[in-house]
Write a protein that binds this ligand. Structure first.
Ligand code: NAI
Length: 331
């Protein structure tokens, strides 16, 4: 039998946490033969709720779940973890300035970076979900210099999956037959959902999405804004954030990173830019990636037309501004 993998979920008493921990305990993230020990962190005001989640995990009697650590102590939470899913953060409240929210999250990610750096297992893989996800991941990277930068990522797989979903609905095809959309840039409304290299499996072979949809006005307009605004649309409908799909996509992100992407398929991940596609280095930016042997690599050599170039640059600009704002909160 395999040794258990220790998976940290911060903000585990929150909405996404409540959807995510049972998925992990059922093997959705790491596979049906991989035992897990869950480490759950939240803050003292949520301690009682966190304990309630722990009680439910016990009650669900998950065969793969070999232990649960539920704590408000970051050091205890981070000790020995192989995978860290960072969902905890400070939400923007009505009337708050952007800078105030950034400042709160910068201080959270700075201190949790130190706890991970000192206490996590060697080669721990980190996924930041909490917003502003790219910039929180960047701060985490800066304050955990001994964790390799390739191990620090943020979630844009939800946006990627939303794009697959929109194409599948539009063409009335199975979502599993659509692949290779790309989310470029920030997990925000400036992200660029790109279908220029996306295909659909049909009885006549793989066909480009652009050819099948045959409506550039929709693909360059409503499709993009629907994906960009989907989070807000769900909050409006549910009066709560998109916890189910965020949790599911976080499992997809880690599963593909650890177990690999299928041959010929790429996925979107927010990763530390190496300057590929002329994206400024030093930002956490969402790229198309393939994964093998537990490592991601940016897909190279895709053609970028002028429409796309403009959109790649816009979202990079926003990330540079966020980075500057985050740094101004440090001083
Ligand atoms: P929520 O408010 O229900 O849960 C957040 C939890 O984090 C709360 O239990 C809170 O007590 C905890 N928390 C706050 N500060 C913490 C700290 N310092 N350490 C540990 N835990 C802490 O929010 P929800 O809906 O679960 O969303 C979580 C985050 O994920 C938000 O920032 C949200 O914007 C983001 N999000 C990101 C998505 C993505 O695709 N990247 C998609 C959907 C949400």
């Amino acid at each position: 039998a395999k040794d258990p993998v220790r998976v940290l979920v911060t903000g585990a008493a929150g909405q996404i946490g409540y959807a995510l921990v049972p998925m992990i305990a059922r093997g959705v993230m790491l596979g049906p033969d991989q035992p897990v020990i869950l480490h759950m962190l939240d803050i003292p005001p949520a301690a009682e709720a966190l304990n309630g989640v722990k009680m439910e995990l016990v009650d669900a009697a998950f065969p793969l779940l070999k232990g649960v650590v539920a704590t408000t102590d970051a050091v205890e939470a981070c000790t020995g973890v192989n995978i860290a899913v960072m969902v905890g953060g400070f939400p923007r409240k009505e009337g708050m300035e952007r800078k105030d929210v950034m400042s709160k999250n910068v201080s959270i990610y700075k201190s949790q970076a130190s706890a991970l750096e000192k206490h996590a297992a060697a080669n721990c893989k980190v996924l930041v979900v909490a917003n502003p996800a790219n910039t929180n991941a960047l701060i985490l990277k800066e304050f955990a210099p001994s964790i390799p930068e390739k191990n620090i990522t943020c979630l844009t797989r939800l946006d990627h999956n939303r794009a697959l979903g929109q194409i599948s609905e539009r063409l009335n095809v199975q979502v599993s037959d659509v692949k290779n959309v790309i989310i470029w840039g920030n997990h925000s409304s400036t992200q660029y959902p790109d279908v220029n290299h996306a295909t659909v499996k049909t009885s006549a072979g793989e066909k480009p999405v652009r050819e099948l949809v045959c409506d550039d006005a929709w693909l360059n307009g409503e499709f993009i804004t629907t994906v960009q605004q989907r989070g807000a649309a769900i909050i409006k409908a549910r009066k709560l954030s998109s916890a189910l799909s965020a949790a599911s996509s976080a499992c997809d992100h880690i599963r593909d990173w650890v177990l690999g992407t299928p041959e010929g398929t790429w996925v979107s991940m927010g990763v530390y830019s190496d300057g590929s596609y002329n994206v400024p280095s030093g930002l956490i930016y969402s790229f198309p990636v393939t994964c093998r042997n537990g490592e991601w690599a940016i897909v190279q050599g895709l053609s970028i037309d002028e429409f796309s170039r403009n959109k790649l640059d816009k979202t990079a600009e926003e990330l540079s501004e966020e980075k500057a704002l985050a740094y101004s909160c440090l001083s």
